[in-house]
Design a protein around this ligand. Structure first.
Ligand code: NDP
Length: 496
């Protein structure tokens, strides 16, 4: 992130090798993001792309396959000329990553693309099913394709990175047996979002927030990642995975670290990630037997009717969780996290609820309570911030009313589209900037936090998932959960 956004072409040829090139992620996200970068002139001129998958097809057929989702999700759609120019750099070879002879063919094809017998820089992107990460990595190692004596070689691994601490460690060990840690880029696309990065600018480029960003002024923090989508065709996968693995281990904990971290000494990958790891290590572990006191699991009503889902499934499609960060800054400040499928709206927001004034000067009715200040950080949609505070209602004695100060990206930077997270992340990986990627120890810490919660939810004494209606805000038990702490879920800074 701190690095320049253009790559020095004198570095020699660069090839982005996408394994799993005919899949959903490549077609919906990676290629549209690359095409968008190309049409904005932000890709290095010496970049080629090589797609690899088992399906047998030629370059032209592959290009046609990639056209469907161009320009989606706010990405710039290339003009026909730009697309023609871009596809002249996109190649395809069919191959199975589990077969050494196919990897050897990929190597041969790369030498052909790179030309002159030169060693080329390569970014290997594993856009594959997680079960194929290991054979792909070892295949690259066995073929000598990770060797970076004369050029750079990097590996991008998609989420999920492991399914628990043990499997994440195993995958890290495999990755480290072939690549050094500084060559490995683990994706959490939330970190590529502009507002998530702006949270760091907000916190660390403005002096006024830092003095109040602690237990003395903050009552609690809420982080909500809600989705309207059900599990669609992912029934079999989802039923094995559940919300804790799918959302909490990665996105929600990542957002928490950015809110809670200390200022890094520099805006650079290692400094930033050191601070994030410190937050994760400070999160109080929830013991499996205690999960019922700290977590509320939920399941949308029709979940068990979904294809691929067991008819008596107890997989949570929703969870609310209370975490504590045991350090000086955050002692006693609960972090409430919640996420779910089939909820009322799709949004990601962080709400900082400040404390009430220590002494209320102004007369309040007996049952009147004035809401404390809140700062809402909208990650999506309508990226921006909103600060709520009290004002005096004109000519109404000392009657108070809540008012808002708002900042919306689309208003402040009108005409400037917010780039898709994958645009940022692909460019950063090509630049070798790992700030927005997750480090091995960070992933392991995060699994160390959610593993006992997942185990605890399976124990007989744990609450069974509470049903909630599709289109609601989750089970009422999640409201009672906060209510029992004397708090309520806030929506865009407003209690719902
Ligand atoms: P898909 O199942 O749609 O695509 C898988 C790709 O892998 C296909 O191109 C398939 O093509 C190829 N493939 C399968 N087996 C092999 C093999 N043995 N050797 C070489 N290629 C193979 O998956 P997605 O694109 O949806 O997901 C890819 C990864 O990205 C997963 O890890 C997923 O968790 C992650 N991800 C996906 C997101 C999305 O939006 N889809 C979002 C976030 C993460 P063929 O059959 O021709 O070989």
């Amino acid at each position: 992130m701190a690095m320049p956004e253009t790559i020095d072409p004198s570095d020699g040829p660069i090839t982005l090798v996408i394994f799993g090139a005919s899949g959903d992620l490549t077609r919906r996200k990676l290629i549209p993001a690359l095409a968008s970068l190309h049409s904005k002139g932000r890709l290095p001129p010496n970049l080629n792309i090589l797609g690899v998958a088992r399906s047998d097809m030629g370059d032209a057929e592959f290009h046609t396959l990639l056209e469907e989702f161009l320009g989606g999700d706010g990405m710039s759609k290339p003009t026909p000329d730009q697309w023609a120019e871009f596809t002249s750099r996109i190649h395809y070879i069919h191959g199975d990553v589990t077969k050494a002879e196919d990897i050897a063919e990929v190597k041969r094809k790369l030498a052909e693309i790179e030309g002159d017998g030169r060693d080329g820089n390569r970014l290997y992107y594993l856009s594959l099913a997680p079960s194929l990460y290991q054979p792909a990595i070892t295949g690259l190692g066995d073929a000598g394709m990770a060797d970076d004596a004369n050029c750079w070689r990097r590996l991008v691994v998609e989420k999920p990175f492991g399914t628990d601490l043990a499997s994440a460690r195993e995958l890290n060990d495999i990755a480290h047996s072939v690549f050094r840690e500084d060559q490995v880029f683990r994706i959490d696309h939330y970190l590529g979002k502009e507002t998530v990065q702006n949270l760091l600018v907000f916190r660390f480029a403005n002096a006024i927030f830092e003095p109040v960003w602690n237990r003395n002024y903050i009552d609690h923090v809420q982080i909500t990642v809600s989705e309207t989508l059900r599990i669609d065709e992912r029934g079999e996968y989802y039923d094995q995975t559940g919300i804790m693995r799918d959302m909490f281990q990665n996105h929600l904990l990542q957002l928490l670290t950015l809110v809670a971290m200390e200022p890094p000494h520099a805006f650079e990958a290692e400094a930033l990630r050191n601070e994030k790891v410190k937050v994760l290590s400070a999160i109080r572990r929830i013991h499996a037997e205690d999960v019922g006191r700290h977590a509320i699991p939920g399941q949308y009503r029709s979940y068990r009717d979904e294809t691929g889902v067991s008819p008596d499934s107890e997989t949570a499609t929703y969870a609310a969780l209370r975490l504590h960060v045991d350090n000086w800054r955050w002692q006693g400040v609960p972090f409430y996290l919640r996420s779910g499928k089939a909820l009322r709206s799709k949004s990601t927001e962080i709400i900082i609820q400040f404390r009430n004034p220590p002494h209320m000067l102004f007369p309040l009715a007996e049952d009147e309570d004035i809401p404390a200040n809140t700062l809402a950080i909208f990650v999506q949609p309508d990226e921006g911030f909103q600060l709520e505070f009290q004002t005096k209602t004109p000519e109404a004695g000392l009657q108070m009313r809540k008012a808002e100060l708002e900042f919306h990206y689309h208003e402040a930077f009108s005409g400037q589209a917010i780039p898709d997270a994958y645009e940022r992340l692909l460019l950063d990986a090509l630049n070798g900037d790992a700030s927005l990627f997750t480090r091995a120890d960070e992933i392991e810490q995060a699994w160390g936090i959610v593993d006992p919660i997942i185990a605890g939810l399976d124990l007989p004494q744990a609450p069974r998932p509470y049903y909630y209606s599709e289109g609601s805000w989750g089970p009422v038990e999640a409201d009672r959960f906060l209510g029992s702490d004397g708090r309520a879920w806030l929506q865009g800074g407003r209690a719902r």
